[in-house]
Design a protein around this ligand. Structure first.
Ligand code: FAD
Ligand code: NAP
Length: 341
């Protein structure tokens, strides 16, 4: 296995932040990973002695890495079994997410269509239980296999083991930095259940003038909406939503609603209300803001952007200012969704 020294990570993160990794390697099979991790124990370095990267679309780098950065390139998509209701599809962690979604749609495996056009790799999808347009990974998840960095064992995680929450999982909390996800198996329907009630999907389907509804059409509608609203990282650096949508107690929401009648809120678990963070940020005047090359996207205030040469520290500083101003105005503390290193 070749380990490269002092490699720029600019092309390995969608923010386009130019930091260096002291050591960098790409692994394409488990044996390579085992070789790379050989001898690594918790006592050899910091709490997180290495960083595992997929597509780099949910990270913000704020400085050089004085440690090993590993890019996951474990590939392969396989129909492992089927029963009367479901196809069980296993994807290597390094598979491109949107490529996997397109493959499943073309095969008639239903369930991933609302998650079209999300950047990144299959292996990162359980990390924050990715979600869009009313569907989350947990809705289609069967199991995953992950390699324990220190114990050198492969462990299977079933649905309950992952403790999926809103943009959360056990891999982002309790087991942070301990496992490398190797593959994920999805449970996809033979008879589709359509989710079109969310956001602008129905309007877009109407605009498309379809005769019959199917998973391809829903995927295309989602692709159309996303392409019209979200900055493409190939054109402008970003990591999607920088903050999570906060979930606040219903009483707090009612009070805010009296003061701000247009505040968008959606029922969440345990009597909480999910408030659109983009709206809060926009109300504080940040939409379209730019200082140097760090800014807030003009069409979606939840997305921070790098116009070219912004540093991770500048973007992090901007995110702190946004958190402070939203807190001062609404009494709500925003939490970063992006993984900051
Ligand atoms: P990376 O950014 O490479 O990694 C993210 C985290 O996971 C890091 O902490 C990394 O160490 C860890 N990690 C990655 N792979 C592994 C692995 N195999 N094993 C262990 N740890 C691993 N997210 C949504 O949920 N919904 C959306 O609709 C959405 N839209 C987006 C739109 C745009 C334009 C962009 C840029 C991002 C969007 N995102 C969205 C965020 C992001 O695409 C997803 O979170 C995606 O799953 C990240 O995948 P990745 O491979 O790029 O992960
Ligand atoms: P949007 O449709 O303008 O809606 C704004 C926010 O309100 C969304 O964040 C969404 O929460 C919430 N929302 C809207 N309709 C809802 C409904 N019917 N029920 C419950 N919640 C509702 O959002 P957008 O920015 O264009 O994004 C569209 C979808 O893509 C969203 O699901 C969003 O999460 C996802 N997306 C995620 C990222 C990321 O990086 N995480 C980036 C881009 C887009 P939710 O976010 O909880 O769905």
């Amino acid at each position: 296995m070749q380990i490269q020294e002092n490699i720029s990570l600019k092309r390995y993160n969608t923010f386009g932040i130019d930091v260096n990794a002291k050591q960098f390697a790409i692994f394409s099979q488990l044996a390579d990973l085992e070789e790379l991790l050989h001898g690594l124990t918790p006592s050899t370095g910091q709490a997180l002695p290495l960083l595992i990267l997929g597509g780099g679309s949910n990270v913000l780098f704020t400085g050089n890495f004085n440690r090993l950065v590993l890019k996951n390139n474990l590939l392969g998509i396989e129909l492992v079994r089927e029963d009367n209701q479901y196809y069980y599809v296993k994807a290597g962690a390094g598979e491109n997410w949107h490529g996997l979604v397109m493959h499943c749609i073309n095969q008639g495996y239903a369930g991933l269509e609302n998650l079209s056009l999300i950047p990144g790799c299959a292996g990162a999808s359980p990390m924050q239980n990715i979600g869009a347009y009313g569907v989350e990974i947990k809705d289609v998840f069967e199991c995953l296999e992950a390699y324990h960095i220190y114990e050198k064992t492969t462990v299977q995680f079933n649905l309950g083991d992952c403790r999926f929450g809103y943009r959360e999982s056990v891999f982002k909390s309790t087991y942070k930095g301990q496992f490398v996800i190797l593959n994920v198996t999805f449970k996809l329907r033979k008879q589709p259940v359509y989710h079109t009630a969310y956001g602008a999907i129905e309007q877009e389907l109407e605009k498309m003038g379809l005769q019959t509804l199917d998973i391809k059409a829903i995927s295309q509608a989602v692709i159309n909406i996303r392409s019209s609203k979200l900055p493409n990282p190939a054109d402008i650096g970003n990591a999607g939503s920088f903050f999570k949508n906060p979930q606040i107690p219903a009483e707090q929401y009612s009070l805010l609603k009296q003061q701000y009648p247009n505040i968008p809120g959606y029922p969440a678990e345990d009597g909480f209300v999910k408030v659109a963070a983009g709206w809060l940020i926009e109300q504080c005047g940040w939409k379209g803001y730019r200082h140097g090359d760090a800014g807030v996207h003009a069409k979606q205030a939840l997305v921070l952007v790098n116009y070219g040469k912004a540093t991770g520290t500048e973007l992090f500083g901007l995110s702190t200012k946004i958190i402070n101003s939203v807190e001062a105005t609404f009494g709500i503390t925003l939490e970063r969704e992006v993984n900051v290193y």
